[in-house]
Design a protein around this ligand. Sequence first.
Ligand code: FES
Ligand code: FE
Length: 366
Amino acid sequence: MSSVIPTLPGRYYTDPDIFAAEQRGIFEAMWFCAVRSSDVGVPGAFRTVQVGNESILITRSRGGVRAFYNVCRHRGATLCADEYGEVKRAFSCAYHAWSYDLEGKLIAAPNMSAMPDLDRVEYGLAKVHVREWLGYVWVCLADEPPSFDDTVLGAVTERLGALELIDNYSPDALELGRRIVYDVKANWKLIVENFMECYHCATIHPELVEVLPEFADGYAAQYYVGHGALFGENIEGFTVDGSPGLDRIPSLAEDQDRRYFAITIKPQVFINLVPDHIILHRMYPLAADRTIVECDWLYTADVVTGGKNLDKSVELFHRVNEQDFEACERCQPRMSSRLYAKGGVLVPSEHHIGAFHDWVIEKLGL
Ligand code: FES
Ligand code: FE
């Protein structure tokens, strides 16, 4: 095999028609990690997020988490204009005041008695498939969702070898310590490709390479280290200066200590596992050249409620994020260059990115 293989052509990162095809064929077709379960922690709490081309309303009823298209069934107004909020019992449309309960049923409309044949279930909110895993609400807009076990859980087992290796971090018991939202002016695929390789680590991630010296040689460490990248000898914790981190997650296996594991769950989730916390990224692609990335730092309840200082812990990956997103933003404007019309090349330590490109092309049916 040649040591260099081509990337996707530049238009895959700029063309609105390709982005629209990705919205339909990828984000609206697969399981999508939408919100943290605690974002909708009590009945009536809600959050709206963009999934593909759709606005999705995620809430909680007494029966559990529910997700609906954020579209009023009357004339199609956006039902909830706010990103976060809490209603008492019902969502009321700001246009003609149709109201829907937390199960999505139409419960009130002005002059309803004059419309006896208006079916309250049929004209209730349209439901979206929901799963909860890892402390997050995952949604799928497909009529027949793909197997959650094969796709989402399968990505973890493929990467770590066994699902229990992520369970050892007790993800369901962890709490949100810090959240930072990044508005990245780059195509979502540039962000995935960047996360999958470490050829850039020595150039742009001085702090990370200090903590994880094996990343310095750039051999796609984040992709290949199924064993976990080992902390440097003098490193005491996964912090910006290698100083001690927080309390180790008690359920962690001995051989997972002092190591960093990274998992990509296509299409929009990155998980980073270190002994005292999990860093979880979710992408919300908004346009061919714009992606919101929401990054959560999760710690044990003792750490979060105990008010421990998270600054040095958060700062390490916050810097990594800023360094990565700046690199992606450096590429995005040149994706439309005539010089990049046929794309660039992947060197051997990036060859697995070629498999990601094949996957995108297959999903789009191109
Ligand atoms: Fe919502 Fe008319 S569009 S009540
Ligand atoms: Fe990076």
